[in-house]
Each structure stands twice: as structure tokens, then as C-alpha cells.
Write a protein that binds this ligand. Structure first.
Ligand SMILES: [Zn+2]
Length: 289
């Protein structure tokens, strides 16, 4: 098997970490095309018997008419596309044909049992592809609040916030360890930094990806993504127009106790979520005295 695409970007993170926002930002670069959660989308396409689908792509067209997912669906249904590898191969081949081999796909698939699944699959179906992994992290307090609210919306039992803190810590450390072991070229991207200092955070992204800086990436409405499955943000035009910070945790207090009980998690959180902020802006007052 040969290399199908020259380059690919994979985002790995826990749920509720802002991957939809990152996908829209990345898709604002002229060389990048976000494909959303590729595994979930492939599974949906394979399950559908006909072309009929309610799904609308972020390109504004219904699934069957989307210039990308339309042909992918056709390819998957006309088979043989039984395994995940075969389906992923169909996705990458369609991508290279439609957009050219120089364009870069982004996969934001989340798989709690194997966070490196996209990386491994691309390595196996398209050996030699230059894959860069973005490990997306969101402030543990914001993550916990977001999860608790979602559980409540869905009528599920709310997990104690301390459990969510431990989960966030254990899983992010595991992602880091697995990325090191896999020898992946990777970088930590903070959702909070993207929202608080978008220009700097986006510049770090393009530097890591070795792409020309593109100021338009901060205007997420310019995105070139083709995403069929996503969260409410994609369907909410207000939220789709600009980078909008999820600040619920600022006026809530469920995180206070777990934060007090877990100083090691809070230190790790400060490093991961705010390690690159330009703090000197606030801290150099009186430096000349
Ligand atoms: Zn589309």
C-alpha cells in the first residue's frame, strides 16, 4: 500500500474539550479541510441503506450532495468496505481525488478505549503520510461543568465532580504517554488559550504544522470543513460566527472542592491549559522600580 495523502492532522482529546471549535479554526487555513469525527461518520454512512439522510454538512449541502461525503458514501456502499481500515482508505482516496494531495485532512474522532485510533489507522492505510497530532486540553473546571450539564440534560446520573477531575487527569496523562510511546509528532493545544489569546495560539498551531500563518483562521465562519456529525455549536449560527468561550465555570462552584482536594491536578491544569499565555503582560508592572 502506498501513501494516499501527503499529510494529515489528528486531534485527540476527551469529550467536551472544544474539538468542534478547533476543527472550525483549523478549517480556516486554505490548506486544511476538517472532516469532523471520521470514524463516527463512516459508521453512519455504512449503516444507511439509501442516499436519503437528514444530515446536513457544514459546507451547507445535504449529505448526498456534499462534494466530499457524497462520493465517500457511494464508495463505502459499493464496497468492499467492511473494515475500518478499508473505509478509512476510501475516505482518504476520495479526499486526495477531490481536493488534491497537497490538502490536509483533519480527523477529530474520539474513541475512549483507544485515543490513538485515528493515528494508527492512517499509519496503516497510508504509510508515509506525515501525521501531526494535536492533543487538545480544556481547563479541568470547565470540562467538569460541561460534562455535568450534559449528563443532566440527557437525564443521566451526574458524576461527582471529583470523579470527573480524576478522570480528566488520568486520561490526559495517558494520552501524553501513549503519544510518546507511539513516536507521534504531537503538540498540546489548549482550548482556553485558543479563546483567550487566539492570535498567539493559532500562530503556534501553524508553526507546529509548518504552514504559513493565516489570520483568517480566527474568523471561524471562513472554515472549509465538511462535517456531518457535530455538536449543537455547528447548528447554532450565532455560535458559528466567532470564537466563543465557554465560561460557565466562572460563575459555578462545583469545582471548588475537587480543586482544593487535588493540588497536583490544578498544577497540571495550569501547565496544560495556560502554559503558553503571555503572562508577562500582567506581571511586569513595576519591573522598572
Ligand atoms: Zn460537505
Amino acid at each position: 500500500m502506498n501513501r494516499i495523502v501527503e499529510r494529515a492532522v489528528v486531534v485527540t482529546c476527551l469529550g467536551h474539550s472544544g474539538s468542534t471549535l478547533l476543527d472550525l479554526i483549523l478549517g480556516g487555513h486554505p490548506r486544511i479541510i476538517g472532516l469532523g469525527e471520521v470514524f463516527a461518520t463512516m459508521g453512519n454512512l455504512a449503516r444507511q441503506k439509501s442516499e436519503k439522510s437528514e444530515n446536513v454538512c457544514t459546507c451547507g449541502r445535504p449529505q448526498a450532495e456534499c462534494p466530499f461525503w457524497g462520493p465517500v458514501a457511494h464508495r463505502i456502499r459499493s464496497g468492499p468496505c467492511e473494515t475500518h481500515e478499508e473505509r478509512y482508505g476510501a475516505v482518504l482516496r476520495t479526499f486526495a481525488e477531490r481536493f488534491g494531495p497537497g490538502q490536509i485532512p483533519v480527523d477529530i474522532s474520539k474513541n475512549p478505549s483507544d485515543r490513538l485510533r485515528s493515528l494508527k489507522t492512517i499509519r496503516s492505510v497510508s504509510p508515509g503520510t506525515d501525521i501531526r497530532v494535536l492533543h487538545l486540553v480544556k481547563d479541568v473546571r470547565a470540562y467538569a461543568i460541561s460534562r455535568m450539564d450534559r449528563d443532566r440534560e440527557k437525564g443521566k446520573t451526574r458524576r461527582p465532580s471529583l470523579v470527573l477531575f480524576w478522570r480528566w487527569y488520568a486520561q490526559n496523562r495517558r494520552i501524553q504517554r501513549d503519544l510518546e510511546r507511539a513516536g507521534a509528532r504531537h503538540m498540546v493545544v489548549s482550548y482556553d488559550e485558543l479563546c483567550l489569546e487566539p492570535a498567539t495560539a493559532i500562530r503556534r498551531l501553524t508553526d507546529f504544522l509548518e504552514l504559513d500563518p493565516e489570520p483568517a483562521m480566527a474568523a471561524i465562519s471562513e472554515t472549509h470543513s465538511h462535517t456531518l456529525r457535530g455538536n449543537r455549536m455547528r447548528r447554532d449560527p450565532e455560535k458559528n460566527r466567532a470564537i466563543l468561550y465557554d465560561y460557565r465555570w466562572l460563575y459555578r462552584n462545583e469545582w471548588v472542592l475537587p480543586a482544593a482536594l487535588s493540588p497536583h491536578i490544578m498544577r497540571y491544569n495550569a501547565r496544560m491549559a495556560y502554559g503558553n499565555l503571555n503572562r508577562s503582560r500582567w506581571e511586569n508592572r513595576g519591573a522598572g522600580r
